[in-house]
Design a protein around this ligand. Structure first.
Ligand code: ATP
Ligand code: MG
Length: 408
């Protein structure tokens, strides 16, 4: 893509009411637009990042044998009354709306109940299970605080996966497979080394749920890490008895601030029972499937990457989710090499604008594409291009052929 055609421009300043580093950087670089507190639009650059995150997550979900669907945002209150979660005292961040006739509707904040209800149409026998269903869909939550940029939206994209199993063993086996898939997702997205599986509250029959927490001072959580075991415990369940149960030693734990990028919950039969989701077991008796739910916030994840991998000059995208792989900076006409790189299949952002070299470099730093290629009159006449790695600033002068070989 030619940068002259990109309708977003970089900005020197972020809105003064935006306090979070992730949103300030992403707004300045033209990835997102702030509509209001906790509500952000994804612009072309940001949308490309979001789609790449989405595809990585989708690949890992499909590899688990999960089937993708797309559920509705408008929800029937009856389904929520059945589980006791329609009440604002039970769920304090509901957005609700009304039909013309005055009847209330829910605006999706999660989908355990509607999915369990839906599956009463599809699950009859033990032969229909286990079943794994997921979606990548917007959620709406009336969050009290929305000061963390795209990491805490009032409208945000979530991947939510739900499992329906016949036995506790079957449930546990899948639950661990999802934990492994989550590990791969965070590794592929470039924050694997900073992300810890963390014991947290909220499990229904296993006492704990599991969160995936990424080290960052911008995080809203506090966890205690066991570096040797590569696991952690959330402050909310940090008690002497929990430590004993998890065989964690107080003296070796390190306290850190973190961002919850994902979590997985054992739900037992709470929602299947409430929604009348039953299957006939081999003996012909009716049973509710054991459920698990597994969430990842895509904006939360993108915001976390912006927080932890950026530097003083701007964003630093990992190759896997960068909006483009190459940022071609033309200090002279570089359309020939632009066409060549495109033909080779590279995703290239070509800065063909009529602006100064300094401005182009500063913008390139801010946007944070992993490789920058600089084409100037001087290096063209020497048959070379300049290749600079954004993360390390490592610079080399190489020929076009070497460049293509290196990047392939
Ligand atoms: P938190 O404690 O941060 O509010 P949660 O426990 O409410 O998170 P879940 O309801 O389990 O989170 O949602 C699953 C995932 O969705 C979270 O792990 C997080 O990545 C993401 N998420 C939750 N709330 C938001 C939000 N307001 N904005 C963006 N992402 C969110
Ligand atoms: Mg929440």
């Amino acid at each position: 893509m030619k940068q002259s055609q990109l309708f977003t421009k970089t900005r020197r300043e972020a809105p003064s009411d935006e306090v979070s580093k992730n949103a300030r950087l992403l707004i300045r670089a033209g990835f997102i637009h702030k509509e209001m507190a906790g509500v952000y639009t994804y612009l072309p650059l940001g949308f490309r990042v979001l789609k790449k995150i989405e595809n990585i997550i989708r690949e890992e979900m499909n590899a688990l044998g999960a089937q993708e669907i797309f559920m509705t945002t408008l929800q029937d209150p009856a389904i929520w009354i059945a589980s006791g979660r329609w009440d604002d005292k039970m769920v304090d961040n509901w957005f609700k709306t009304k039909l013309k006739n005055g009847n209330e509707l829910g605006i999706a904040n999660t989908h355990e109940e509607p999915l369990a209800k839906l599956l009463t149409n599809n699950v009859n026998s033990y032969k229909d299970l286990p079943l794994y269903v997921y979606q990548i869909q917007n959620k709406f939550r009336n969050e009290l605080r929305a000061k963390s940029g795209i990491m805490r939206g009032r409208e945000f994209l979530m991947k939510d996966l739900y499992s329906f199993s016949r036995t506790e063993e079957e449930h546990k086996e899948f639950y661990e497979k999802v934990a492994e898939a989550y590990k791969r997702i965070f590794e592929r997205i470039g924050i694997g080394d900073k992300t810890y599986r963390t014991f947290a509250s909220g499990g229904i029959f296993s006492k704990f749920s599991d969160e995936f927490q990424t080290l960052s001072e911008a995080g809203e959580d506090t966890i205690y890490i066991d570096e040797k075991k590569k696991i952690a415990i959330n402050k909310e369940v940090y008690t002497d008895s929990a430590l004993a149960e998890l065989e964690l030693d107080k003296n070796t734990l390190i306290e850190k601030k973190t961002i919850e990028v994902g979590n997985i919950f054992p739900l037992g039969v709470k929602y299947s029972e409430a929604e009348g989701l039953l299957y006939k077991d081999a003996n012909g008796s009716n049973k509710p499937p054991i459920m698990g739910s597994y969430g990842i916030g895509l904006g939360r994840l993108m915001g976390a990457v912006a927080e932890v991998l950026s530097d003083d000059s701007g964003l630093v995208w990992p190759k896997s989710i960068s909006p483009f792989k190459l940022h071609l900076i033309g200090l002279t006409d570089a359309s020939e090499i632009y066409e060549k790189l495109k033909k080779k299949g590279f995703e290239v952002l070509y800065d063909d604008r009529d602006t100064s070299a300094g401005e182009k470099f500063a913008d390139s730093d801010l946007i944070g594409i992993p490789y920058r290629i600089v084409i100037s009159k001087r290096n063209i006449s020497a048959g070379k291009v300049e290749l600079i790695e954004r993360a390390t600033n490592k610079t080399e002068e190489i020929s076009e052929d070497e460049l293509i070989k290196k990047l392939s």
